[in-house]
Design a protein around this ligand. Structure first.
Ligand code: NDP
Length: 300
């Protein structure tokens, strides 16, 4: 039998939650549920990692199959998709609701969802936008992106929202992963810029003096994300441009020369500046930076 979003909740005697994977993130999730008094069954490949959680009231199992048999709601938090495949290879998932918080690519998430449904489970894909210390701390701002079966998500929302708020982003099984990776990719762009800024100032400006200025500037610049979205939405890259590409490319020479003067490589800076130069060379000097996105992605 293939579970659909309309499948009734069977196995309603299975009231607790099973969590598979007790690494840094899984342990944080387990602690949040234990603290909230939830009935929790746990399994980890390396059994010793479950000991502190068992002391806090969780029930351990010797195998993944026993853990899956114990609850209707199965939460996975393993290293990667290959670990999920290995861990649940021969496990009966019939009638279960699988919520997979393992970081995956969108394609991996879609394939894993199809695999789970073939095995008779409903499937919700998740992407955790938090680090372990943010889990179970409502004011931390951490949250989890979910996609896939909305019915399964809604059925378990009250449990899933204990460790972190949940945001359902659509029925596409790959949507949570794509949102997750988009946010993480933007974060690494910011990390790259911050690393370059600290590198060029390292011997001349105290890092602690630069840090508040960096935070202030990055926070102020963050609102340009909305302008870029508006331009991508409208297709109008030129109306109301305040810092055009021609000016920015001219100015970027100063950035590269300063790096050279400070004896710092431009490996983190050059790729983006190169894209700006290419867009200018293609005759788009009156745009701002939105056009650079067209160089990276063909329009569908
Ligand atoms: P850890 O490396 O701390 O833990 C990995 C977990 O996966 C362990 O429970 C490990 O078991 C298990 N595992 C690995 N391979 C297998 C396998 N072949 N079979 C069974 N179990 C396996 O990672 P985290 O807990 O930090 O991360 C878990 C997920 O959460 C990842 O997908 C990560 O991207 C995501 N995440 C993590 C964040 C973080 O800051 N930590 C932030 C956001 C998302 P064992 O103990 O036996 O090795």
């Amino acid at each position: 039998m293939r579970m659909t979003d309309d499948s009734p909740l069977t196995g309603t005697t299975l009231t607790g939650t099973t969590l598979i994977g007790l690494g840094a993130m899984g342990t944080a999730l387990a602690r949040a549920w234990s603290t909230a008094g939830h009935k929790l069954t746990v399994f980890n490949r390396t059994a010793a990692r479950a000991a502190p959680l068992v002391a806090a009231g969780a029930s351990p199992t010797a195998t993944a199959a026993e853990a899956v048999a114990a609850s209707r709601l199965i939460v996975l938090c393993l290293l990667d998709d290959a670990a999920v495949a290995e861990c649940l290879a021969d496990v009966d998932l019939m009638g279960r609701d699988l919520v997979n918080l393992t970081t995956s690519t969108p394609e991996q998430a879609r394939a894993r969802a199809a695999w789970a449904r073939r095995k008779g489970a409903r499937y919700v894909a998740g992407g955790i936008m938090a680090v372990p210390p943010m889990i179970g701390v409502a004011e931390s701002g951490g949250y989890v992106l979910y996609s896939g079966s909305q019915a399964a998500f809604e059925a378990h929302r009250h449990v899933l929202s204990v460790p972190a708020a949940g945001r359902f982003v659509g029925p596409d099984d790959g949507a949570a992963a794509l949102h997750d990776v988009a946010l993480l990719s933007a974060m690494y762009g910011m990390f790259a810029g911050v690393a370059h800024a600290f590198a060029i100032t390292r011997h001349d400006i105290a890092p602690k003096a630069l840090a508040p200025l960096l935070v202030e500037w990055l926070t102020a610049m963050a609102s340009t994300v909305h302008e870029t979205a508006e331009r991508l939405h409208s297709g109008d890259y030129t109306t109301g441009v305040v810092s055009n590409l021609a000016m920015q490319v001219q100015g970027s020479a100063t950035l590269l020369r300063t790096a050279e003067e400070q004896g710092v490589g431009s490996a983190l800076l050059a790729p983006y500046l190169d894209l700006m130069r290419r867009r200018l060379a293609a005759g788009h000097g009156d745009e701002d930076n939105a056009g650079v996105i067209d160089l990276l992605s063909a329009r569908r």
